[in-house]
Design a protein around this ligand. Structure first.
Ligand code: FAD
Length: 468
């Protein structure tokens, strides 16, 4: 016989959208059930943000042992070696600790967690196949946080040789030759990490630039690093399939000129995007509208069906952890009666490549394209003492501020360079608070820090930078 549960709030998906929604709902005293088929933490914690950044950190540490900078600093670590299986175990231990943390937080918020795959019969009822039998759950409010999955190319199905980011994060041996299909942030973050770990890396990208979502000035230092590291990047090239000949696997692609490329590969990492997870759980049983491939929501994350909400990767770009979590928190508060809507001024995005990129708000060309006259201030990392002292100044890094010419209000902040991800908070805060160039210029920034470059970029836009 099937067990039945009733809750005020049913959350489907235990990723950062779903688990944050459930914790906040629990904090607000709402009787909440969360269903997760895999592990709590979702894509981000289990097979995305956290494991990828752990791998990138390990790879950078390993590469620094062999690089010139150690000798420049007068350090020798002796012979370096890599035990990739141990690297993966270390990465898994970080994931396990954080997964345990999410479990504990849900428990503290008195959220009931049901393990299994939820299938909806109608808008407010689902059945979960758990290890101890089916559980039917009904709820007054449903929050859909089913996330996204990697896009699979029909002519390159995932398997032994062709892998997605999920498998790439679990490789216990470094592939000798890695071909990456898709030069977005996931492909380049992982491709760069494997280059540092010793793989020979080739990138195939269909458009004319790497990191097509970032502007050329920000992507250029990354392109330079890839070139210096011997990573071959084929732009305007399309992957066509795999060819196995004499025991050798090749990725077949067509280059810009229509010529066939045969790229030897031990592994082919396909990172051509992610699609919302809208299939296989009964979405079609619910009166919920879609917009393109995504679930359609309004500014409160309400779907077209009353008291059915949707958040995170399921509802559209940007497919980022911090957007999913912010929407989850908001929806729980709306259900509890608060007046909220999702209307951020900007959602900063970071790319953990070499060097890192961070972008919030509009780039100068984007502002001009919508008819806004701007003042721009660019400050190079070479003139920042902290960047120099961390060996982070030599890769073409800079901070850029973009402000309206009429009232000096900031509409965009971007940076590229070592460790710039940490500037994202100041960027987002400045835009959210409606800061003007004078606000940044009038804020005393700590010395010596990379954030001084933000201060100097604002001064430069105002025409009186000190250190350049
Ligand atoms: P998800 O995290 O995808 O969670 C959805 C959950 O729902 C899954 O656990 C799934 O098992 C569960 N589920 C789905 N359907 C059902 C069902 N019917 N029944 C039960 N359970 C179900 N974002 C960043 O902001 N920064 C980064 O640095 C970053 N790096 C990334 C690196 C990689 C390699 C990848 C793949 C992604 C990265 N992301 C990053 C994106 C980030 O992981 C996602 O934006 C985020 O996880 C979305 O959260 P979500 O809650 O919407 O969905």
């Amino acid at each position: 016989m099937s067990e039945s549960l009733h809750a005020k709030v049913l959350v489907v998906g235990g990723g950062p959208g779903g688990y944050v929604a459930a914790i906040r709902a629990g904090q607000l005293g709402l009787d909440t059930v969360l269903v997760e088929a895999d592990r709590l933490g979702g894509t981000c914690l289990i097979r995305g943000c956290i494991p990828s950044k752990a791998l990138i950190h390990a790879a950078s540490t390993y590469a620094s042992l062999a690089g010139d900078s150690m000798a420049r600093m007068g350090i020798s670590a002796g012979e370096s070696w890599l035990d990739m299986a141990q690297t993966v175990r270390w990465k898994d231990s970080i994931v396990d600790k954080l997964n345990g943390g999410v479990t504990a937080l849900l428990k503290r918020a008195k959220v009931r967690v049901v393990d299994g795959w939820a299938t909806f019969q109608d808008g407010k009822t689902c059945t979960v196949e758990t290890a101890s039998g089916p559980v039917t759950i009904t709820a007054e409010h449903v929050i859909l946080a089913n996330g996204s999955v990697a896009v699979e190319l029909p002519f390159l199905p995932f398997g032994e040789t062709v892998i997605s980011s999920t498998e790439a994060l679990c490789l216990t041996e470094v592939p000798k030759r890695l071909v990456v299909v898709g030069a977005g942030y996931i492909g380049l973050e992982l491709g760069s990490a494997f280059r540092k770990l010793g793989s020979q890396v080739t990138v195939v990208e269909a458009t004319d630039s790497i990191l097509p979502l970032f502007d050329h000035d920000l992507a250029a230092p990354v392109a330079r690093w890839l070139k210096e590291q011997g990573v071959t990047v084929h732009l305007g090239a399309r992957a066509k399939g795999l060819d196995l000949e004499h025991g050798e696997t090749h990725l077949i692609a067509e280059d810009k000129a229509g010529a066939t490329l045969r790229l030897p590969a031990d592994k082919v990492l396909v990172t051509v995007g992610r699609r919302p997870n809208t299939q296989g759980w009964g979405l079609e049983q619910m009166a919920v509208d879609l917009t393109g491939p995504f679930v359609k929501v309004d500014e409160r994350c309400a779907t077209s069906m009353r008291n059915v909400w949707a958040i995170g990767d399921l509802v559209g770009e940007p497919m980022l952890e911090h957007k999913a979590a912010a929407q989850g928190e908001m929806v729980a508060e709306i259900i509890a009666g608060q007046n909220r809507r999702f209307d951020p001024v900007a959602i900063a995005a970071v790319c953990f490549t070499e060097p890192e990129i961070v972008s919030a708000g509009l780039a100068p060309r984007e502002a001009e394209a919508v008819g806004i006259e701007v003042l721009t201030g660019v400050f190079p990392y070479t003139a920042n003492g902290r960047a120099r002292s961390m060996e982070a100044a030599d890769d073409g890094g800079f901070v850029r501020v973009v402000a309206r010419k009429d009232d000096h209000r900031l509409i965009g902040l971007q940076a590229v360079g070592g460790h710039v991800s940490e500037l994202s908070a100041e960027f987002a805060l400045a835009l959210e608070m409606g800061a003007r160039l004078e606000d940044i210029a009038g804020t005393i920034h700590v010395h010596p820090t990379l954030s001084e470059a933000v201060h100097e970029a604002a001064l430069r836009a105002l025409g009186h930078a000190i250190h350049i």
